[in-house]
Design a protein around this ligand. Structure first.
Ligand code: SAH
Ligand code: F3S
Length: 491
């Protein structure tokens, strides 16, 4: 549970088995959201065609790329620290080139080259296809910056190289960018306008993952519920263009259905849902398909109507409760998690109490909680004073973290005595005699290995728990393993 605060900020080294035959070595690491990790897989794919294999040893890299996050100031500081480390290595290996990718690249642009002497190239999230040219520029001694944002780049045609994968779960991007303009958020500035990827390329990627043995996919977008693809079709079959668009367009619920039916034995997850864009047909689709996981990450940010409005979150507290009630009605066991920010400008004790009260109503399974961090260029930075003192932000944060811990325990305890379906992902960190995996609700469960293996769907009888983990024993394979066909999918 201690991980709650920084889970989204932690960096990881991404590694794949070196491919034979390529001569240059790429060290790539990612910070921030799942989309960054997914993008790094696209980058690795683009560069493998340019003769780069990935390495996990910084010292032997010809090219070091860091995929960065700007969401909070702390995330940027973490990256600056990493650059110091690269600098130390570059003293030993002066030929090494260093590139910055992602949101910090987009936010700081060529200023990066001035501020950090170690940096050779700066590449924004929509410009990765230009990497081969940019690397060429660097090798020929020119500065290399491309931070152009695109209205249509989705990388839909690139098959990602799966980095440091357990071979069980994978991310599949479905939208890029965000048009929501929450006033605290830097993402619309660093990732540009929202655009949806062709559903056919999404389903092809899902099919390809299934063929490679993957058992779970997470459809990724900053705001998945606004996914919308205007389909094509033959004009002659329709009265006019708008009728054709209506008949052939694919929204998020339809995309979920397409994926669930394409691979009935695969678990389907998605992230992230903004409550203002989530619709009943998504919840209904989740309820109808067994292989769409009963779990929704539904960030609320605040429980106060006044603060929600100032944040430009376009729903009220009442509407949020209605959505929660609807979810519970159709999917009684649905796991729900949140993001909450404490200390947004002008937040009073009363607003904070509203947030605590909202949490009491929902009793989230888990959540990600943050103290407000003012981001340059955002509406909040331009319009509001960052006027809640740091120690008050921290105190309120501690209060919501403590309440969440209580609710997490309440939720895990409800599993005791029940049998739940777990997809085995890896060995438990605490014991090499136990497997670790997740339930449909995304709660971690550990149990003795017996003869099961990574990638198996197993029914686990839960006998004990902590606030973050279920502890139990396997009682056999679950329905997803032996059965074939669409009948197994529809509830
Ligand atoms: N829609 C996105 C949200 C990205 S940001 C997604 O796919 O997850 C993730 C979370 O970071 C937000 O929900 C918010 O709770 C938090 N966050 C964003 N900007 C922040 C800021 N300026 N200060 C503190 N937390 C912030
Ligand atoms: Fe950020 Fe709001 Fe979009 S949190 S990513 S602007 S939905």
């Amino acid at each position: 549970m201690e991980k709650i605060l920084d889970e989204k900020q932690q960096g990881n080294t991404l590694v794949i088995e070196p491919r034979k035959g390529n001569s240059r070595k790429l060290f790539i690491e990612s910070y921030g959201c799942a989309m960054n990790f997914s993008d790094s897989e696209i980058v690795a794919s683009i560069l493998s065609k340019e003769g780069f294999d990935t390495t996990q040893h910084l010292e032997e890299a010809d090219l070091v790329l860091v995929n960065t996050c700007s969401i909070r100031e702390k995330a940027e500081q973490t990256v600056r620290k990493r650059l110091e480390k690269y600098n130390a290595v570059k003293r030993i290996n002066p030929k090494m080139k260093v590139g910055v990718l992602g949101c910090m690249a987009e936010r700081l642009k060529s200023k990066f080259l001035e501020e950090e002497k170690i940096v050779d190239l700066v590449v924004g999230p929509d410009a990765y296809k230009d990497l081969p040219n940019l690397i060429n520029d660097v090798e020929e001694g020119r500065d290399a910056v491309n931070v152009l944002l695109s209205k249509d780049e989705t990388y839909g045609d690139i098959s990602p190289v799966r980095l440091q994968s357990n071979g069980v779960s994978a991310f599949v991007s479905i939208t890029r960018g965000c048009d929501n303009m929450c006033t605290f958020c830097v993402v619309p500035f660093t990732r540009g306008r929202e655009r949806s990827r062709d559903p056919q390329s999404i389903v092809e990627e899902v099919n390809d993952l299934a063929e490679k043995g993957f058992k779970e996919i997470t459809l990724l977008g900053q705001n998945v519920d606004s996914y919308l693809w205007y389909g094509g079709g033959l004009k002659k079959d329709f009265k006019n263009a708008s009728e054709m668009q209506k008949a052939t367009s694919v929204n998020f619920a339809a995309l979920l259905k397409l994926c669930a039916e394409a691979q009935p034995k695969m678990r389907i997850r998605f992230s992230t849902s903004n409550p203002q864009d989530m619709t009943m047909d998504v919840i209904e689709t989740m309820a109808n398909y067994r292989n769409i996981c009963d779990y929704i990450h539904l960030p609320v940010q605040s429980g106060s109507d006044r603060i929600l409005k100032k944040m430009n979150r376009l729903h009220t507290r009442k509407e949020y409760f209605e959505m929660i009630d609807n979810i519970k009605k159709l999917i009684p066991d649905c796991g729900i998690s949140h993001d909450i920010i404490t200390g947004f400008p002008t937040e009073t004790e009363e607003d904070h109490q509203d947030t605590l009260e909202l949490m009491e109503y929902v009793k989230y399974h888990f959540g990600y909680m943050f103290a407000y961090s003012e981001r340059p260029g955002t509406m909040a930075e331009r319009k509001f004073e960052d006027d809640v003192p740091e120690e008050i932000k921290k105190r309120r944060l501690t209060e919501i973290v403590n309440l969440q811990r209580k609710h997490s325990l309440y939720r895990t305890q409800t599993f005791i005595g029940k049998t739940v379906e777990v997809l085995i992902e890896k060995e438990s960190k605490k014991s090499d005699a136990h497997w670790s995996g997740r339930t449909q609700q995304s709660t971690v469960a550990v149990f003795p290995k017996e003869n099961y293996k990574v990638g198996d769907f197993v029914n686990v009888k839960i006998s004990d728990c902590t606030s973050a983990t279920l502890i139990g024993e396997a009682v056999g394979y679950s329905h997803l393993t032996p059965e074939e066909g669409i009948e197994a999918t529809i509830k």
